[in-house]
Write a protein that binds this ligand. Structure first.
Ligand code: BG6
Length: 515
């Protein structure tokens, strides 16, 4: 499928209160960390290359390492060379680099904030910046409290109703490990910043294909009339990762797949598929529509936990011909660890539209390949005409959103086999982003950073949504805790998950899709 020569519809998605993008200072806590190197600085550099950054801005990384500005710049250069979507260009780099600064300090050290204020103000004077500030908390949640408190104490934050200078804070996951801890983090940040100043990142919402879900549903006339329980049989949502644990044991051992992927990314994908049409593109109207889905999720509690969920852990295996260690052999993992690296579950959105439609969700690490997709399977056709033989039932229509890789969309339909006999065969109508659009899609962090600068919170998590999804997840965690945890179902690395997950979906007469 190629792009048609129609006039382009500009999407008023950036419709937040900020409108345009004003000059600002971006202060990154965790400035010497991995996220800054791999994602944030490359994202900013791509925005610079695309001419999307404001003409005037400055970046200040804060970290424990005793770096100079030049050392920070050389880390940034390395990160961009290795991870940027577009390659480094000498002239833009020189201009970008002189706006990067480093401040050495520990976020828990409340005495450093006066010095930090001095440094921020000095840079703002040097670049003639107005004092609008965005604070990025790329640090563990235990440091959120001290950093917010330190910033307030040093007078670095303006009230939300001030219009000439803005203060915003970006919060990275994990926002808690259960409902109670999420509430407490939200309270800590909410004590210092107004909700309208807080941008909680879920990077899946910044992915191009994820944003396309709303466009597909609400900018076309053919899908919405059949987007309900009368026509849809079930939905399968898969996020499979080829990578195993890597070097993240200290975080992942306490998290596991349910907290790491389902509580945030996967539930947000579900919200976009299941939400009602919002009445406008205003950020809070969209967030309300997503929120309604979380509120409509049927709780999975008590004995339902065993019936509706499967968790598992990968064992030694092989991925694409490479030997892969089991989870318990990974560096930093406890020998008897029962942390799940795979989850599959069946859930229901209990409202009129989705009554009786199961949503099957699954995610896992160390699987055969990296693939994320949402498949909406439509109901079978009546058993007449081409569908009379019980041996050769017609395959149902399936609309698949391919989130990564090969971003796009496919609609499976039945077609006539060429020849004189009236036999049928399933074929796919395909739309690929790469084929249809000349320019490569921006990375999620590019879009999200720009939205914060523009004051558009549509793609960010509101406090009530974070807490609603934690409430739902915490029921499942409680159910698991009540079970005997000494043994978890297993799957060899490089396979599609445990047999128990196949059984879960087979009870409903279905099977997992091959992705
Ligand atoms: C992160 C999780 O939020 O998302 C990781 O903590 C996971 O465990 C990652 O690997 C997946 O993101 P992406 O964009 O690579 O699909």
């Amino acid at each position: 499928m190629t792009q048609t020569a129609q006039p382009e519809q500009s999407l008023p998605i950036r419709s937040g209160s900020g409108g345009g993008i004003e000059p600002c200072t971006l202060v990154i806590f965790g400035g010497s960390g991995d996220l800054t190197k791999r994602k944030l600085l490359p994202a900013l550099y791509n925005l610079k290359l695309d001419g999307s950054l404001p003409a005037n801005y400055a970046v200040i990384g804060i970290g424990r390492k005793a770096w100079t500005d030049d050392e920070f710049r050389s880390m940034a250069r390395g990160g961009i060379e290795q991870f940027s979507r577009q390659s480094l260009q000498r002239d833009t780099w020189a201009d970008f680099a002189q706006r990067l600064h480093y401040f050495s300090g520990a976020s828990e050290d409340l005495t450093m904030y006066e010095r930090l204020r001095g440094r921020i103000e000095e840079i703002e004077v040097q670049f003639n910046l107005p004092g609008s500030r965005i604070f990025y908390l790329a640090i563990p949640p235990t440091s959120f409290g001290p950093s917010c408190e330190g910033l307030r104490h040093a007078g670095l934050i303006y009230p939300a109703d001030r219009t000439d200078r803005v203060s915003r804070v970006i919060v990275e996951k994990p926002i808690g490990h259960d409902l109670e801890s999420a509430k407490s983090i939200n309270m800590t940040i909410g004590d210092v910043f107004d909700e309208s100043q807080i941008y909680r990142i879920d990077h899946y919402l910044g992915k191009e294909t994820v944003q396309n879900i709303m466009v597909l549903r609400f900018a076309n006339s053919i899908f919405e009339p059949i987007w309900n329980h009368k026509y849809i049989d079930h939905v399968q949502l898969t996020v499979s990762e080829e990578e195993g644990l890597g070097t993240r044991a200290s975080y992942y051992e306490h998290a596991g797949a349910l907290r790491d992927m389902v509580q945030n990314h996967i539930l947000q994908l579900l919200c976009l598929i299941a939400m009602e049409p919002p009445y406008s593109l205003d950020p809070d109207v969209i967030r309300n529509a997503r929120m309604e889905v979380l509120r409509s999720l049927r709780p999975i509690r008590g004995t339902d936990v065993e019936r509706a969920t499967v968790r598992a852990q990968y064992t030694t295996g092989s991925i694409k011909g490479r030997e892969a260690p089991g989870y318990r052999q990974e560096a930093g993992v406890r020998p008897g660890s029962t942390t799940e690296t795979y989850v599959a579950l069946r859930c229901h959105v209990e409202n009129w539209r989705w009554s009786g439609v199961p949503f099957y969700l699954r995610t896992g690490k160390a699987m055969p390949r990296r693939a994320s997709e949402i498949a909406v399977q439509f109901k079978d056709i009546p058993e007449i005409l081409f569908n009379t033989s019980p041996q050769t039932r017609q395959a149902p229509n399936v609309l698949t959103f391919r989130i990564q890789p090969q971003e796009g969309l496919a609609l499976r339909i039945m077609a006539k086999n060429p020849g004189s006999r009236a036999t049928t065969h399933p074929v796919d109508m395909n739309f690929n982003y790469d084929d249809a659009f000349a320019a490569p899609s921006p990375e999620a962090y590019e879009r999200l950073l720009l939205d914060v600068m523009a004051g558009d919170s549509s793609l960010f998590m509101r406090r009530d949504a974070v807490e609603a999804s934690w409430a739902w997840i915490t029921d499942i965690l409680d159910g698991w805790n009540a079970q005997d945890q000494r043994w978890l179902p297993e799957y060899p690395a490089g396979t599609w998950g445990p047999i128990e997950a196949d059984k879960l979906i087979a009870t409903d007469g279905q099977q997992w899709r091959l992705v």
